[in-house]
Design a protein around this ligand. Structure first.
Ligand code: AQP
Length: 335
């Protein structure tokens, strides 16, 4: 039997709905990759605890994120789609990895430095400092070959590789050393109201975010109101025309068309026509996904059952890696 290479990725349950950047930048790619890779897709709820959360809301967001993975095309019988906290090995391997990480090494992570700069030293928890070791545990437990990530996560995957190599050299080979696959810059989606800032689930204002589960009329309205420029021509130029370029990227990603062909189609026509058509493209893409997600959420017991079966499959792989690691570092086996 030919075994497919392994792939790992995840998203944080940080909102009730995914936004179109998560859909284009992650989900659309995941559903292709699950065909040729043995894929593990996790809802990383332990990571989400690094931000303040209402407990009941976090539980609900976790279910909703999982439902949107499935509605967006992740097949839970093909890929392993599970909730991170359902597999305790993640937190256990994280502990081992923290003992291999230098304190200075952890403090040098730019995401940590950014968060400290944003929230202040006292508000930034130790959880944020050791977040990259939890991410390393997520990846290494599954003997992952590739990790598709945005540019902002590249440094964490580099740390994961360093930790895997360090462990393997010190104790004997326990981990596959994973390769990051960095998302192309053209796959990045920006906020519709502030088109030089990445669209984000935790954006301060909702006006520039296209939510997968938004009502179609709201989605259309947000696109019609998207910030453009006064030039009036539908043309890709990230520097001079960030708003229009962003809309072109969304259009191209959802239709599979090339940007120059779209530019030609709208040559000599105003932004109004272009936005109206784009709204239709987005609404048509989202509508069936939204419908499936809401149907899955209407039967939480069945969704929880699917997640439990998948957690069991994840655990088989994760526990085997963890047992090997425990042995190698010299922990006494329970009789
Ligand atoms: N704007 C984006 N364009 C393209 N891809 C994006 N992703 C996120 N935003 C965009 C991809 O979606 C996945 C989500 O990963 P995450 O939930 O762990 O966190 P994130 O990258 O920080 O995403 P958000 O939406 O901005 O969430 P919050 O607000 O919680 O931080 C990743 O694969 C990411 O590349």
């Amino acid at each position: 039997m030919v075994t497919r290479p392994r792939l790992y990725s995840g998203m944080q349950p940080s909102a009730d709905s995914l936004q179109i950047g998560n859909y284009i930048g992650a989900l659309m790619q995941w559903r292709e990759l699950q065909q040729s890779y043995q894929a593990f897709f996790s809802v990383v709820d332990l990571h989400a605890l690094t931000q303040p959360n209402d407990p009941a809301e976090l539980r609900e967001k976790t279910r909703r994120t999982a439902a949107q993975y499935i509605a967006g095309g992740i097949e839970p019988s093909r890929a392993t789609l599970y909730v991170q906290s359902h597999v305790p090995a993640h937190a256990e391997l994280q502990w081992i990895l923290t003992t291999l990480t230098g304190e200075g090494e952890a403090r040098r992570m730019t995401q940590y430095k950014d968060k400290v700069a944003r929230y202040g030293k006292d508000a930034a928890s130790v959880g944020l400092l050791v977040y990259p070791m939890l991410m390393a545990a997520d990846i290494l437990l599954y003997q992952t070959d590739i990790v598709p990530v945005g540019e902002d996560q590249k440094q964490h995957v580099e740390l994961t590789r360093d930790l895997a190599e360090r462990f393997n050299a010190r104790y004997g080979r326990a981990f596959t050393v994973p390769m990051p696959v960095i998302q192309r810059e053209t796959g990045r989606i920006y906020d519709l109201q502030n088109p030089t800032a990445k669209m984000s689930k935790s954006a301060e204002s909702d006006a520039g975010v296209l939510w997968l589960l938004d009502d179609p009329a709201v989605t259309a309205k947000k696109i019609m109101r998207a910030v453009t420029d006064s030039e009036g021509s539908v043309r890709y130029d990230r520097q001079a025309k960030p708003g229009v370029s962003n809309l072109l990227v969304i259009y191209a990603a959802l239709t599979g068309r090339q940007i120059p062909a779209i530019e030609d189609e709208y040559a000599g026509r105003g932004y109004g026509d272009f936005k109206k058509d784009l709204a239709e493209v987005v609404v048509n893409e989202f509508a069936p996904v939204r419908e499936r997600a809401l149907a899955l959420l209407a039967d939480p017991a069945e969704l929880d059952r699917v997640l439990a079966v998948n957690a069991g499959r994840a655990e088989e792989v994760a526990n085997a890696t963890l047992a090997d690691v425990y042995d190698k570092v010299g922990l006494l086996r329970r009789a």
